[in-house]
Design a protein around this ligand. Structure first.
Ligand code: ARG
Length: 457
């Protein structure tokens, strides 16, 4: 079998070279988009009188037949035909005869592949958005259940101030909302139609590019043919948004790993999303969370790989660009699965109340509230900090919590402390007092729960 481009060649391609330059192993997943794009191109060729209606009809019938072959698992790809584009074109010619060879009029694989990836990624971004929404809804449902559960909030992974579990979970919803925006933004630049750019310079044929765009539902066409065939910014933007999204999932997973230890015991994962050990019978491991955390590294790797792939390429198309697909496909697959697994894991997890609350009770988490109380008594914050520090030291010495100190003990440290101090030392009071917009006070959290419910409708 001769290569579709074999006209000027006398010798056949080296076997190893053939496999090396072939992308059919991975780009076959673009088949439906390639056919969709070809049908639209064919219709435009007909509209612009480059193809006769009878010719266009034959080609479209052939393409639809090929689509059915793929869907039935009957299409046999050939490595020798390099990629999905030439595999489909060759099959078309076999099916409908030489008229099939007219489909490639005014087109190059360079604008064809750019179109295919844009069509593919457009769909995938939409479906990732759906999965992200599921994650957000799961987080929201858990947050609603735990509006009254108090946990220690941490800085430096040291207990810092009490917060509600809902408030902690809502922090992730802020991240996911930004992820959704970033993905939507990447979609804007993906949703641009490159066909008609041909190899690099545009085409001699009077192709109505806007018509093709309309047929394929693109709101815009590319404005420069050289950029159109060599631009992969939209892939990098997507992978960058995906990296940030995975970073958020990974941070959440890290907390889940910590929180589901028996030392913390803030939550328990379900059997469905944990695994056992082949040697230690007592184990229930948070593999799902660990794997998502681990896969995040791969996604960063793809982003960096793509940036590096692009940095040295002169205009316009270079075969290097074929290397864009595997990292992109793997990013799409990994993000999609990670989101789905994450939803399942979080939905079936149970959060504890007693352990986190008792940890929030101990550890002097309301020390800042005592300092703030002193400030209300007109003590400068620096001095208030010092007095509170001494109070904590006294507690450590006597084995008491701040709440357990008597007024006499407190007044020995500072005369400024009065009876009403006891309205400032419990974790419930501390949380309630964080009544600033975006704070952890119950009514503020309620506002944010309502806002996020609307946000993820
Ligand atoms: N398989 C190629 C790719 O993925 C398609 C475009 C090939 N174009 C070319 N001039 N060799 O980039």
């Amino acid at each position: 079998m001769k290569q579709p481009w074999g006209g000027r060649f006398k010798e056949s391609t080296d076997e190893l070279m053939l496999r090396f330059s072939s992308s059919i192993f991975f780009d076959k997943r673009l088949y439906a988009y390639d056919i969709e794009g070809s049908i639209a191109h064919c219709k435009t060729l007909q509209k612009c009188k480059i193809l006769k209606p009878t010719e266009a009809k034959k080609i479209i019938t052939g393409l639809n037949k090929i689509l059915k072959e793929f869907e039935a698992g009957k299409f046999r790809t050939k490595v020798k035909l390099e990629d999905i584009h030439m595999n489909i074109e060759k099959r078309l010619i076999d099916l409908v005869g030489p008229v099939g060879g007219k489909l490639h009029t005014g087109r190059s694989r360079n604008d064809q592949v750019a179109l295919d990836i844009r069509l593919y990624l457009r769909d995938e971004i939409e479906s990732i958005q759906q999965s992200l929404k599921q994650v957000a809804k799961t987080v929201l449902a858990q947050a609603k259940k735990h509006a009254n559960t108090l946990i220690p909030g941490y800085t430096h992974l040291q207990r810092a101030q009490p917060v509600s579990l809902a408030h902690h979970l809502l922090a992730y919803l802020e991240m996911f909302a930004r992820d959704r925006e970033r993905l939507a933004d990447a979609l804007k630049r993906t949703n641009v139609m490159p066909l008609g750019s041909a190899a690099l310079a545009g085409t001699n044929f009077p192709i109505d590019r806007h018509h093709t765009a309309k047929l394929l539902g693109f709101p815009e066409v590319t404005h420069n043919s050289m950029d159109a065939v060599s631009d992969r910014d939209f892939i990098i933007e997507f992978c960058s948004a995906a990296s940030i999204l995975m970073m958020h999932l990974s941070r959440f997973c890290e907390e889940i790993v910590i929180w589901s230890t028996s030392e913390f015991a803030f939550m328990e994962l379900s059997d469905a999303f944990t695994t056992g050990s082949s040697i230690m019978p007592q184990k229930k491991n948070p593999d799902a969370a660990e794997l998502i955390r681990g896969k995040t590294g791969r996604i960063y790797g793809h982003l960096l790989g793509l940036l590096t792939l692009m940095k040295g390429q002169p205009l316009a198309y270079n075969k290097d660009l074929q290397e864009d697909k595997e990292p992109l496909f793997d990013t799409v697959d990994t993000v999609q699965t990670s989101l789905q697994i994450f939803s399942g894991m979080l939905k079936t997890a149970t959060f504890a109340k007693t352990k986190p609350e008792s940890l929030a009770q101990s550890g002097f988490l309301t020390a800042t509230d005592l300092a703030d109380y002193l400030v209300l008594q007109n003590v400068p914050f620096r001095d208030a900090h010092e007095i509170t520090g001494k109070t904590v030291a006294h507690c450590i010495l006597t084995g008491k919590t701040l709440e357990e100190l008597t007024l006499a003990e407190l007044q020995k440290i500072s005369k400024k402390i009065k009876e009403d101090v006891f309205g400032y030392l419990s974790i419930e009071q501390s949380v309630k007092r964080k009544n600033v917009y975006g704070g952890t006070a119950p009514n503020q959290v309620k506002t944010q729960l309502a806002r996020q419910t609307k946000n993820w409708k």
